[in-house]
Design a binder for this molecule. Sequence first.
Ligand code: SF4
Length: 196
Amino acid sequence: MSTDLTPPTARSDAERGEPKPKVKAATVWLDGCSGCHMSFLDIDERLIELAQHIDMVYSPLVDPKQFPDHVDVALVEGAVSSEEDLEKIKRIRKHTSILIAFGDCAVTANVPSMRNSFSVKDVYQRGYFETATRRAGVPDQVVPKLLPQARPIHEYVPVDVFLQGCPPPADVIYGLLTDLLAGRKPNLTEHTRFGR
Ligand code: SF4
C-alpha cells in the first residue's frame, strides 16, 4: 500500500502552481491509556509547523464526533477491546488511506491484553462487583460491551504502518509524519521498538 500522502488533486494543483491542499489527519483513541496522544502533544512547537500542512479533522483533541468520509492518515492508539472499538476500526479502515497502528497497545494489544487470560465474566465480576464501592452491577447503557479478548488492530483490519513504543517518542512521531508528508517511505526500525 502506498505511503504517499500527497492527494492526486494536490499534484495537479501543484502543476498549475496552486497551493497544495492540506492533508486530512485523524488520531483515534481505542483501548489505550492516552499516553500515545500525550507523546503526540510532546511534539510541542513543531505542531505549529505540522499544522501548516495538516488539517486535524477527527481526534480526541478536536471537536468533530463523527469519523469523516475521507481521511488521508489516521494514527490509532489502543487495542480493539470492545464492540464499539471494533465498529470504529472498521469505519476508520474504510475511510482512511494510511492507517497507522500508533503505539504498542495498537501493535500488540500490550497492556489491555493483560485481561486476556480471564473470562469477560471474571473481568466484570472484579471490576463491577468485587471492587465496587457503591451500586455494584454491570452497566447496560453507555459503557460498550467487552469483546472476549483485547486484540491488536491488524487482527481485524489491514494496517499500513506499525509505530511501536510505549509510547512512541515524540521525535519519532514527528519524523514519521514529516516522512509521509514528503512522500518518503518511513524506516521506523532504527528509531523505536516495543516497550521503548
Ligand atoms: S502503548 Fe503505552 S502509552 Fe500508548 S496507550 Fe498503550 S500503554 Fe498507553
